[in-house]
Design a protein around this ligand. Structure first.
Ligand SMILES: NC(=O)C1=CN([C@@H]2O[C@H](COP(=O)(O)OP(=O)(O)OC[C@H]3O[C@@H](n4cnc5c(N)ncnc54)[C@H](OP(=O)(O)O)[C@@H]3O)[C@@H](O)[C@H]2O)C=CC1
Ligand SMILES: Nc1nc(=O)c2c([nH]1)NC[C@@H]1CN(c3ccc(C(=O)N[C@@H](CCC(=O)O)C(=O)O)cc3)C=[N+]21
Length: 299
């Protein structure tokens, strides 16, 4: 029987633990954890995600602040906002929603966030800690951290002897995911657009993680029977069957094709997506504990 991994349920239990941790911190006389989300421009999908993040932050008992800037915002003004959030004693976590509208350059913005407030885990200090095996003192990128919790549900903490393929090598996901798997003792391969034969690489893998941005790319004949498949892709595709102009979300994995062959598979929606938001809350409460000088919980 194939296990369909329930990312919503896993995310709900992380959110419960975060809510409890936030309440405990307040009970010890500290202020609420503070999360600032910055969004530039008016991309509807980005606004939907940011709205979900802000709502979840309130639900966790955080002080949640959203800064919505016009698409024409200058690099200097955006950097100035980040600088003021770095200084703000009420703020523990800063997230700048990506991608930024052209011609803004995201890299200098991300690198200007204080590493201890970088709840996206994208600052070089946090990326470097993860790369050198320090998983305790930095902040880990939310989506790979969430995907890893789903992998652990199936395989436990120690992935010794297992082959893992991560398809995609972005700083936001592919690289940190590969490092988390490696740290858990998996034998890790990272595939990308220049890889020669991804289906052959995938057939060697006990764990396949797809983060490519290509709808339904991974097919059943790519999989070793019984493999665990984690689908990170979020693709909006037309869904004329739902009515004119309607769309639906699909992952980078052809779910109905792969489901019978996989041992466990995460769906889209309802898989990694909800975990991303839950881990953003987890990183924010961790940052708040550290700022308060208390020992941070782990999730
Ligand atoms: N569920 C969630 O919470 C999140 C979902 N996502 C989703 O995950 C997906 C990936 O995101 P992200 O990492 O930011 O995307 P990027 O576009 O930054 O990276 C995509 C990666 O896929 C590789 N790639 C592209 N085409 C192919 C191909 N045909 N064959 C093999 N590899 C290919 C690229 O290779 P190369 O490096 O050679 O160009 C690149 O490494 C997207 O669908 C995104 O929406 C992202 C973040 C969070
Ligand atoms: N700085 C930054 N950090 C990010 O982590 C970041 C980002 N920018 N830009 C965009 C991507 C994408 N992303 C998602 C978050 C939640 C869902 C999510 O909750 N998805 C639901 C479905 C939501 C829906 O129905 O639209 C699900 O998969 O079940 C998806 C994708 C975070 N990202």
């Amino acid at each position: 029987m194939t296990t369909v991994i329930d990312g919503k349920a896993a995310a709900a239990s992380v959110v419960d633990a975060v809510t409890e941790a936030a309440a405990k911190l307040e009970a010890r006389g500290h202020r609420k954890p503070g999360l600032a989300v910055v969004i530039v421009g008016d991309d509807p999908a980005s606004h939907a995600y940011v709205g979900a993040k802000s709502r979840m932050a309130k639900q966790c008992g955080f002080n949640s602040i959203q800064h919505t800037l016009p698409a024409e915002t200058s690099q200097a003004d955006l950097m100035a906002l980040v600088a003021s959030l770095n200084e703000d004693v009420e703020i523990d976590g800063i997230l700048v929603q990506l991608p930024l509208p052209k011609p803004l350059d995201s890299e200098p913005v991300i690198q200007s966030i204080l590493p201890e407030k970088d709840v996206d885990g994208l600052h070089v200090v946090n990326a470097g800690k993860l790369a050198t095996g320090d998983l305790k003192t930095g902040l880990i990128s939310c989506t790979p951290a969430g995907a890893m919790i789903l992998v652990r549900q199936i395989h436990g903490k120690d992935l010794s002897g297992l082959n893992a393929l991560v398809i995609g090598r972005s700083n936001l996901f592919g690289k940190p995911m590969a490092q988390l798997l490696l740290n858990a003792n998996a034998t890790v391969t990272t595939g990308h657009s220049r890889s020669r034969d991804l289906p052959a690489l995938a057939r060697q893998a006990d764990i396949v993680v797809a983060a490519v941005g290509r709808p339904q790319m991974v097919k059943a004949d790519w999989l070793k029977p019984g493999a665990t498949v984690i689908d990170v892709g979020i693709n909006r595709v037309d869904a004329p069957e739902k009515g004119e102009g309607k769309f639906k979300l699909v992952g980078d994995v052809d779910f109905s094709d792969c489901r019978p062959v996989a041992g466990a598979i995460s769906p889209v929606p309802g898989g990694v997506g909800p975990m991303t938001i839950a881990m953003l809350m987890a990183n924010t409460v961790i940052a708040a504990y550290r700022r308060a000088g208390e020992e941070a919980p782990s999730f």
